[in-house]
Design a protein around this ligand. Structure first.
Ligand SMILES: C[S@@+](CC[C@H](N)C(=O)[O-])C[C@H]1O[C@@H](n2cnc3c(N)ncnc32)[C@H](O)[C@@H]1O
Length: 242
């Protein structure tokens, strides 16, 4: 519904309520995050290989007309089935993958068409994940668990020069149009609880990586500089040194 952004509902009250939610800065940022990743994939060199973790409906694939291949991974087979129905030519393998099993070291996953893929054998030019890290905590005294462990595990899948891009909703700030009242609307009405991170917490997600092995940037949902433009969603971009 966020991506379709239509005036839907069984009655006028429902339509009004939907319209309010679908026009919140958070919804606008989710749509922008999606078109940003579409643009990034269209800008890749032809032949590039991409992994989209927690792909959901993978709406960004519609409009990717580059000669790349994109593996889609999600723990929800319904999401994968939906993505499969709407996949365009770039979608490659669709893996049933639970990120928490990946964190624990599992690398072999079933595909929805009955195969098995060993991610230990695959390397990517781009690995990205939108809408997952908002739910993955950090365990301060255990770097082998949680979001930093997932970042490190995904970094291992990069080719030299490859990029890992991790989205996460930004904590409240003067520069964030997603106001505390909007957050309350999501939490109290929709029971939609996210882990909101500040810039330092985003950088800290890379704590398990050697600074000699990578470089990183913090961008906003447009892939623009967060200090200049409003920022509702961060993208942490980590590039593996060539
Ligand atoms: C908010 S949606 C984001 C979907 C898509 N990336 C997007 O931006 O539209 C979150 C997705 O994460 C998936 N997900 C949640 N927990 C997961 C886990 N532990 N492992 C893999 N996928 C997970 C859900 O099934 C869902 O498709």
């Amino acid at each position: 519904m966020i991506y379709d952004n239509g005036l839907v509902g069984d009655d006028n009250f429902s339509r009004m309520l939907n319209a309010v939610f679908l026009n919140l800065p958070a919804a606008e940022a989710v749509r922008r995050r999606m078109t940003t990743m579409r643009r990034e994939m269209n800008a890749l060199a032809p032949g590039s290989r991409v992994l989209n973790l927690a792909c959901g409906s993978a709406r960004e694939l519609a409009g990717v007309d580059n000669a790349i291949t994109v593996d889609l991974a999600d723990h929800d087979t319904h999401a994968l089935a939906h993505a499969a129905r709407h996949r365009n030519g770039v979608a490659a393998d669709l893996l049933q993958l639970n990120a928490f099993e990946y964190i624990k070291g599992r690398r072999r996953f079933d595909t929805i068409d009955g195969g098995t893929i060993d991610l230990a054998d695959r390397r990517y030019d781009l690995v990205y994940s939108s809408g997952l890290f908002d739910y993955v905590p950090v365990f301060a005294d255990n770097p082998g668990r949680g979001a930093p462990a997932l970042v490190a595990g995904l970094f291992d899948l990069l080719k030299p020069g490859g990029r890992l891009v991790v989205g996460n909703f930004a904590a409240a700030s003067d520069n964030n149009p997603h106001l505390p009242s909007h957050r309350l609307m999501m939490e109290l009405y929709a029971e939609w609880f996210l882990i909101y991170r500040n810039r330092a917490e985003m950088i800290d997600l890379a704590r398990n990586l050697s600074p000699q092995a990578m470089s990183m940037r913090i961008l906003n949902e447009r892939f623009a500089e967060p200090d200049i433009e409003p920022t509702t969603i961060w993208f942490l971009e980590i590039t593996r040194n060539a």
